[in-house]
Design a protein around this ligand. Structure first.
Ligand code: ZN
Ligand code: ZN
Length: 126
């Protein structure tokens, strides 16, 4: 059995499946229930609306959405791709952007080499 400190409340607990102690998991389940209830009553609510209606910080709502713990209706538009703003069901980026980003990431070294080359080239032209 693995003992851990709960990142949320600092209590030591035996880790089972999640990195939160049972108390915090229960608390989080309660939060998720509250949000879902709010969404049932307010179909077009934004994250800000939910936060104001339930008292749960927007950061927390976003994390729950990103982690896929808070499941909303398809195309609820609550969570947006951080790159293009398209609405996504979970995560931080839409599928197209994550593909683009992973490509960019793997070629970023090549890119910087190319930029240096272009700069040198322009210097020569002057
Ligand atoms: Zn805890
Ligand atoms: Zn995107």
């Amino acid at each position: 059995m693995e003992l851990k400190n709960c990142p949320q409340c600092g209590k030591v607990f035996a880790r089972i499946s999640r990195d939160l102690c049972p108390d915090c998991i229960a608390q989080e389940d309660e939060i998720i229930k509250q949000i879902q209830q709010y969404l049932d009553e307010h179909h077009n609510a934004t994250i800000t609306d939910i936060s104001e209606g339930t008292g749960i910080p927007t950061d927390k709502i976003i994390v729950l959405l990103q982690e896929g713990r808070l499941i909303t209706r398809e195309n609820s538009g609550l969570l947006k791709c951080e790159r293009c703003g398209k609405s996504i069901p979970r995560g931080r980026f839409c599928s197209e952007c994550s593909t683009t980003l992973s490509k960019l990431f793997s070629s970023s070294r090549e890119d910087s080499k190319q930029k240096v080359y272009v700069r040198e080239y322009h210097k020569k032209l002057k």
